[in-house]
Design a protein around this ligand. Structure first.
Ligand code: C2O
Length: 551
């Protein structure tokens, strides 16, 4: 591979959406941010220079960061943030991965405006395991507030309530014609008849899973989270924050004399803090015969796609059940067949007492919202976990005693327990190198059943099983798929159900795991794994780079 250099200048930019102008934090003044393109095997050197007053860190979501945990990016986990007028070079090599990923800020709620596609092409001369597309198009979903998002989260955390709902969803930064004052901000994809397009779908929205579809066109799913899957056709895609999905779009053979809507809107279960409206874009056919006569959307009928209802769990489940690893000779699925260590994590929302007396908390029954894994609401330290681990200074920063099962077990899908309280803590699981892990994550349904998109840094995992109700340790494991389960980095824990994953802890470092709904992460739905060095040189975490930011 070669080395590719990028420079990310973090600067403010005035942007107008929905007739409101606001100043946002951006990379290089671009919104969405610049596209990074590399090939499998390449090294990336991305220099981030912070010119704004906010602290910054950038995460390369889905990149495994083998031995290079220092470049992973979550603030206070693998690094201290990059402070005003400081810089940091993220330096990593893309090993054994190709496909669609994305990058985003990983501090506070800055990823609402700091995100962009991260595209890894196969090694030169290696074809895709599907027909070569005529064109490749990144489609990145986001969420837009007309007010400052940092103020939204600060206010939510101070009052103990839910955050203000966003004002729009966006496709490539544009809300589209179904919102007031937004028709000119519409994403338009121009296509030719009879061709195949590869759409690289990325959900960078903060708080919502999305349904996506294109009117009168079916889509063929070929990849999820940068791993090839067995192709299947669908009218609707379900994509959680943190997930990426590649689909093939075959355009109609004849110039159809029409334009078509593409649209996305949320899939919501449980407590929704969501905007229930729809972002739309336009699929516009260009004719070779009439090159100067592109069809105007004003004059022609628009076909609204039929998106499932907001709470359509069966559509969401049908979709995720169809995802299977390609598991071919060239792209095998290396599912861990034996397990060294089993974990059972409860994942969900809860409450904590108000932590201040000067105002009324707006959470349920005057409490504050909280979220936890195994009843622990994870508190970030004021230094970085990875440094504390590497320099043997964990004392006072974290403790290695994260529980392998919940502190308050109960019937997770029946009546909530009396004790919905969680405690704060910075507890980690420590794993010897190459531990084969099986982790079952159960939605607690304490404040209503809700789907949680759990994202693991540093690894891909295999989704070996999932179901509704309580996980049954006596009967469910026998049904696990150990042949061709989908391999990914973010999985939706079904609303009122559970999911089982397996991964091999072959990457030394400290790895964050959290709900990719930003509000749940803020409420504490996060934890971290420490993976110890192995014996061989290529099984050890590299030393930190000299410019690693200090807290
Ligand atoms: Cu996409 Cu920890 O993040």
């Amino acid at each position: 591979g070669i080395t590719r250099h990028y420079k990310f200048d973090i600067v403010l930019k005035n942007v107008t959406r929905l007739c409101h102008n606001k100043s946002i934090v951006t990379v290089n003044g671009q919104f969405p941010g610049p596209r990074i393109v590399a090939r499998e095997g390449d090294s990336l050197l991305i220099k981030v220079v912070n010119h704004v007053h906010n602290n910054i860190s950038i995460h390369w979501h889905g990149i495994r960061q083998l031995q290079t945990g220092w470049a992973d990016g979550p603030a206070y986990v693998t690094q201290c943030p990059i402070q005003t007028s400081q810089s940091y070079v993220y330096n990593f090599t893309v090993v054994g991965q190709r496909g669609t990923l994305f990058w985003h800020a990983h501090i506070s709620w800055l990823r609402s405006t700091i995100y962009g596609p991260l595209i890894i092409l196969p090694k030169r001369g290696i074809p895709y395991p599907f027909p070569k597309p005529h064109k490749e198009v990144p489609i990145i979903f986001g969420e837009w507030w007309t007010v400052d998002t940092e103020a939204v989260i600060t206010q939510a955390m101070q009052t103990g309530g839910g955050p203000n709902v966003s004002d729009a969803y966006t496709i490539n930064g544009l809300p589209g014609p179904l919102y007031n004052c937004s028709a000119k901000d519409t994403f338009k994809l121009k296509v030719k008849p009879g061709k195949t397009y590869l759409l690289r779908l990325i959900n960078a929205a903060l708080n919502d899973e999305l349904f996506f579809s294109i009117a009168n066109h079916s889509l063929t799913v070929v990849e999820a989270d940068a791993v090839y899957v067995k192709p299947f056709e669908t009218n609707t895609i379900v994509i959680t924050p943190g997930q990426t999905t590649n689909v093939l779009l075959n355009t109609k053979a004849k110039f159809p004399n029409a334009t078509f809507f593409m649209a996305a809107r949320p899939y919501v279960t449980g407590l929704g803090t969501f905007d229930n409206s729809t972002v739309a874009g336009i699929l516009e056919y260009e004719s070779d015969e009439f090159p100067h006569k592109t069809l105007s959307i004003r004059k022609l009928p628009l076909f609204k796609p039929l998106l499932p209802p907001l709470n359509d769990t069966s559509s969401a489940t049908n979709f995720s059940n169809k995802l299977r690893s390609l598991a071919s000779a060239q792209f095998p699925a290396n599912v861990p067949q034996k397990v060294d260590k089993r974990f059972f994590f409860t994942v969900g929302l809860g409450t904590i007492p108000c932590q201040h007396n000067n105002q009324t908390c707006q959470g349920p029954n005057g409490t504050m919202f909280s979220a936890s894994v195994n009843n622990i609401s994870f508190a970030l330290p004021s230094t970085a976990l990875l440094q504390a681990h590497f320099f043997g200074q964990s004392k006072g920063v974290y403790s290695p005693d994260f529980p392998s099962s919940p502190i308050f077990p109960f019937n997770y899908t029946g009546t909530p327990p009396n004790n919905t309280m969680v405690s704060n803590g910075t507890k980690l699981v420590v794993l010897p190198f190459n531990t084969s892990v099986e982790l079952v994550m159960q939605d607690t349904s304490i404040l209503g059943a809700e789907s949680h998109p759990l994202h693991l840094h540093g690894f891909n995992f295999f989704v070996v099983g999932q179901g509704f109700g309580n996980f049954d340790p006596n009967n469910d494991p026998a049904k696990f798929n150990l042949d061709d389960p989908v391999e990914r980095n973010t999985v939706g824990i079904p609303s009122g159900g559970w999911v089982a994953i397996r991964f091999l802890a072959d990457n030394p470092g400290v790895w964050f795991m959290h709900c990719h709904l930003e509000i749940h992460t803020s409420w504490g739905l996060r934890m971290a794994w420490v993976v110890l060095d192995g014996k061989l040189p290529n099984q050890k975490l590299h030393p930190p780079p000299a410019d690693l930011p200090k807290c």
